[in-house]
Design a protein around this ligand. Structure first.
Ligand SMILES: Nc1ncnc2c1ncn2[C@@H]1O[C@H](COP(=O)(O)OP(=O)(O)OP(=O)(O)O)[C@@H](O)[C@H]1O
Length: 231
């Protein structure tokens, strides 16, 4: 569904991503892993059109999207939940969801029922301010906002960051339901290993801007964890 080939990216003179290759299979959850600062968020930024790409291809459903504007990519069906959630604390839950409707070119007026089926708590809290929600509820709101355009690929950057441990499992369940009930393909950046084992089918590991390992979750050995993931 998504294939990245020979992706190179620079911030100014700094060469950040070096010939990154990555594949995301339809209907699966693929996890991009690696220590802080290795280039995971930058890779997602390249996919979403938020940071400039120096060279390489990003093919989504057969189309090279590397020169498309961010809103065109969203319009093609790529949803994005950024690191830190970035919901608007002073706006209501409904207003936060409606902001999602205005991104991309697939303009829609109505928040799809799917959002409330997946996250009933959002329906109950439509009039509450985003900032008054708990961390777990805010994450549901951030995912719900990304789902209003009904993407076929959902990209999440560290969805468990700053979430209480007892809610982390719940976020994992939500991701699994998205796959099962909505047929969603998921690309996840994540550092928490138990969470990755709960939700992911395949992994890619980055180190210093390069992809160093890839495979099925069964191939994620203790050696790989020690070499590339343990801090
Ligand atoms: N806007 C920017 N300008 C310059 N350098 C940046 C910028 N954003 C990130 N970097 C640098 O690019 C490198 C990769 O950062 P990136 O955020 O992609 O890593 P990451 O793996 O997502 O880490 P984290 O888990 O901490 O978010 C780091 O060295 C970082 O300092």
């Amino acid at each position: 569904m998504l294939t990245i080939e020979h992706l190179n990216q620079y911030y100014g003179e700094s060469h950040i991503l070096w010939d990154v290759d990555l594949e995301v299979e339809q209907g699966r959850c693929t996890c991009l892993m690696g220590r802080n600062g290795v280039g995971k968020t930058t890779t997602l930024g390249c996919i979403m059109g938020l940071v400039p790409v120096r060279s390489g291809q990003i093919v989504f459903n057969g189309q090279d999207i590397v020169r498309l504007a961010a809103e065109e990519r969203a319009g093609l069906g790529i949803g994005y939940v950024p690191q830190g959630r970035q919901i608007f604390p002073l706006l209501t839950v409904e207003e936060n969801l409606r902001i999602g409707l205005n991104t991309g070119r697939r303009k829609r007026k109505k928040i799809p029922e799917l959002v409330f089926e997946l996250f009933p708590v959002l329906a109950e809290m439509l009039g509450r301010r985003g900032g008054d929600l708990s961390g777990g509820q805010q994450q549901q709101l951030a995912i719900g906002r990304a789902l209003v355009l009904e993407p076929s690929l959902l990209i999440l950057d560290e969805p468990t960051e700053g979430i209480q441990p007892n809610i982390v499992h719940e976020i994992g369940e939500i991701i699994r339901r998205l796959q099962r009930e909505a047929g969603m393909t998921v690309l996840l950046v994540e550092q928490k290993l138990p969470f990755v084992r709960q939700v992911a089918d395949r992994f890619f590991i980055m180190d210093r801007g390069r992809v160093m390992a890839r495979g099925h979750l069964d191939d994620l050995t203790d050696d790989l964890v020690r070499d590339y993931l343990t801090v």
